[in-house]
Design a protein around this ligand. Structure first.
Ligand code: AMP
Length: 183
């Protein structure tokens, strides 16, 4: 990677960390919630982060960017639109109007299911999966499994942050992963 790109990456990582707010004991005691709303509220910072991810999406050669409800939508949709690549939402159960396929998984707090339209991607499509936080990796693994069941190739999983000490990467296995900041 050229040093100019490394420098840009360090600047974007700093932007994310400088605009991060940690709320203790939310939504349950013992969880340190990593809140990205200060980043979203700063238009210059949000644009810089979105443009950074858009370039990463272009470089990956993806056909689709997949966002995980709900905060994943906020990071994935601008990156997809700026890169000129389609956006696919993975939603909570019962929200999508068409025929869906689904995957259930365990969360850092609780249990959840992700759904997508069964015809959302064509078999053989290259997909990037995006979310705000990689915690235990259960959500990202379910998203990747869903895309692969639909015939997609997961070319990268991109996150603003990875939580230290949870080893979410282990769940994702050998699939490529790109994380801006470790917290
Ligand atoms: P996991 O499946 O454990 O990797 O959890 C990832 C999902 O839960 C992501 O969609 C995150 O938005 C959310 N999440 C998990 N832990 C946190 C946390 N400590 N702060 C903010 N979001 C979190």
């Amino acid at each position: 990677m050229p040093s100019s790109e490394r420098g840009d990456r360090a600047r974007i990582e700093r932007l994310v960390l400088d605009h991060l707010r940690t709320i203790p004991d939310f939504p349950e005691p013992g969880i340190a919630f990593r809140d990205i709303t200060p980043l979203l509220a700063d238009g210059t910072a949000f644009r810089a982060v979105s443009e950074y991810w858009a370039q990463a999406v272009r470089d990956s050669g993806a056909d689709f960017v997949v966002g995980i409800e709900a905060r994943g939508f906020i990071v994935a949709a601008p990156a997809a639109a700026l890169a000129g690549v389609g956006f696919v939402p993975l939603r909570k159960p019962g929200k999508l109007p068409g025929v869906t396929i689904s995957e259930s998984y365990a969360l850092e707090y609780g249990q959840a299911t992700l759904e997508m339209h069964e015809d959302a991607i064509k078999p053989g499509s290259r997909v990037v999966i995006m979310d705000d936080v990689l915690a235990t990796g259960g959500t990202a693994h379910a998203a990747a499994a869903l895309m692969e069941r639909a015939g997609g190739e997961v070319v990268n999983l991109m996150f603003l942050m990875e939580l230290d000490g949870l080893d979410g990467r282990a769940m994702i296995g050998p699939r490529p992963i790109d994380v801006l900041a470790r917290v």
